[in-house]
Write a protein that binds this ligand. Structure first.
Ligand code: PAF
Length: 282
């Protein structure tokens, strides 16, 4: 597995793959890899000749009071896991390579509308940071296909819209959320939970499934439903940011004529913000 740290080295490698007519698959990550990431890599391996994984904790997508400095960094373990999966190259750029003029001077990509709602409302500038870094990484890696987890549902929709709006020549693949045996969606931030919080955390998925059952059985009183489940979560010890039922594509509030919906939840356990979602087709 090649370890590449500069854009120049990545570009010259990319040219060689191009000459060999190889289909390049790309998995962008912030490291601290868990099984969810590994599923993305496996999907990329299955569909492409060459697989590139990037590990870059992107400062532009963290708010001033967020966990940039404490975000878990486990580079050596990550490299070993990627090597074991047969990844061809890992791209590990330093911050100065990605933002040579500093964050304040950086040109950015913003996908309007969808970036301001839900997680975007609680984390202003977050999706601008995501769209900008993913666009830059696409320009560097020039992948044929890129793979993202459905766990970050809004992020996936933001990226799909960016690719469409900017006519980027990359196919986006969303891969199903990987869960622990008790239902908790895998996330690097799960490592922040205390034993007590960890025991409580699967309740998020459990209640989401109950809510899905209500929608499947025909209920469409969305406001009453989301209020009820938000209260349930808060009574269990979570502090909900939002509990929403939305149109699965544009993430606008669901209406009774929607046939593809998604339940989206963000809730804190202590200072750890967990997100999860469940698609509902009726
Ligand atoms: O999902 C993530 O880990 C990040 O948001 C991404 C897509 C790698 C961009 O930094």
């Amino acid at each position: 597995m090649q370890v590449i740290e500069t854009i120049q080295a990545l570009r010259s490698q990319r040219q060689q793959w191009q000459q060999g007519n190889q289909k390049v698959g790309f998995v962008p990550t912030m490291g601290n890899l868990h099984n969810g990431h590994l599923q993305l890599v496996k999907a990329a391996k299955a569909q492409c000749d060459t697989v590139v994984v990037s590990i870059f904790v992107n400062p532009m997508q963290f708010g001033a009071n967020e966990d940039l400095s404490t975000y878990p960094r486990t580079i050596e373990e990550d490299k070993a896991r990627l090597e074991a999966l047969g990844v061809d190259a890992v791209f590990l750029p330093p911050v100065a390579e990605m933002y040579p003029r500093g964050l304040d001077q950086q040109t950015f990509v913003e996908v309007p509308g969808i970036s301001e709602m839900l997680c975007g409302a609680s984390r202003p500038g977050h999706f601008r940071g995501v769209a900008t870094i993913v666009c830059k990484l696409f320009n560097m890696v020039q992948p044929d296909k890129a793979f993202f987890g459905q766990k970050d549902y809004q992020q996936l929709q933001v990226i799909r819209l960016m690719v469409k709006d900017l006519s980027l020549p990359v196919e986006i693949h969303g891969i199903a959320t990987e869960r622990e045996s008790d239902g908790l969606a895998m996330s690097s931030r799960n490592g922040y939970l205390s034993a007590q919080q960890r025991a409580l955390a699967p309740r998020l998925h459990l209640l989401m499934q109950e809510l899905k059952g209500e929608l499947i059985s025909g209920r469409r009183d969305f406001a009453a439903l989301t209020e009820h489940y938000s209260r349930q979560l808060n009574q269990s010890g979570f502090r909900t940011d939002y509990v929403e039922v939305r149109n699965a594509e544009n993430l606008m509030p669901a209406t009774s004529s929607d046939t593809r919906m998604v339940i989206l939840i963000a809730a804190y356990l202590g200072t750890t913000r967990l997100i999860d979602n469940l698609e509902v087709a009726v």
